[in-house]
Design a binder for this molecule. Sequence first.
Ligand code: PLP
Length: 442
Amino acid sequence: MSHLFYQTRDRRPLLEHAEGIYIWDVNGKRYIDGSSGAMVSNIGHSNPRVLEAMRDQMDKSTFGYRLHFENAPAENLAAKVAELSPKGHDKVFFVSGGSESVESAVKLARQYAYVKGQDSRWKVISRSPSYHGATLGALALTSYEPLTAPFKPIVTDMPKVPAPRCYLDRDNLSEEERGLKYADMLRDKILEEGPESVLAFIMEPIGGASTGALVAPDSYYGRIREICDEFGVLLIYDEVMTGVGRTGKFLACEHWDINPDIIATAKGFGAGYIPLGAMTARQHIVDVILDAGGFQHGYTYAGNPIACAAGLAVIEEIYRQNMMENTTRVGNDLLTGLGRLMDKFPFIGDVRGKGLLTAFELVGDRDTMAPLPTSLNAFRELVEIAYRRGLIIYSRRSRGGLEGDHFLVCPPMITTPEQIGDILGILDESLTELATTLNLPR
Ligand code: PLP
């Protein structure tokens, strides 16, 4: 009998220890952390340099409230993040997780409009499907039916535009045209809502849990920036999952040379060592708010010295070990390998991603991309099969949470080519078992 509870009654074994890309349970069984937890443990487990940085800081102080003291790790980490962020993102606001980061981004955007006398701007347009966090504000931007349905009456209804899921489209457009088509849906939505009422647009540059590593056509990104500029709408990049190296760049926005107005990060920032996130914003946005009396927002643990010492050590390790180069290299191997699995298993309908944020999606029919029957619960079944075989992957329902089955394969950025081979090997065996269990076409 456990006194703990999370989402369900499902139980997992007790974790014993973890190192690199591996986790051992108390029964001595070893697992490959093929999803870095929930795309968190980006630099692998038990990195000695990060642990040492945390211990060193612990010996000095564990907490100093920000209204009473500055602390050197927070200052140093803010300087490092500003240096690595797009031009103009000189201001960094620390939080303890992704939902807090998204809440902070939205509140900063809103207070910016408020102090500038644009009180009519409050709507934040987001994409469907999407995931931006569990708190009520972030949930208003999230589009994933099972997570949002129970809370509809107490959450503000925010406008949504379709996520650019071109892999489901059966049209004759080029990739470039498709990207522009989806971007222009934002323009139409802004006009429909009334531009004077729209505050911001928030997007995951590469989709996370809700869409499974969805990458838009290149043309999408620049066009979205143009549309936001046309209407004075702030562009918020939710880089909670993509940020801090996971896609092979420090931030995913670098792939398309986009400079968002506000960026939210978390997950890989604390990298599983400690809860840590950050919101960065262009300096002028922050200045206007501070000049008008201050940002009416903050969290008790913000800028905690141990968290910031860990965050700094995580970034130093990413650069010292050239982890982003490795991510690009082995990420390509992983995508190629997943493509080979797609050749072998006709019920894989799509393989996608960038760097080590990759996914594959199962379908009932590749021609129509119709999902598998929901009753098969393939999204749970395959995770359990792989888990029994010692590989952890992460799954969700791909069609707004209601149907469809996708699986994120996102091992830590230190994964070697041989370990990618091990992951693909277990996936191959697991998909074979799934096909037998669910009687899928072979
Ligand atoms: N935004 C994105 C894109 C995410 O993937 C997540 C978590 O999965 C969040 C926000 C929320 O982060 P957290 O669970 O740390 O609150």
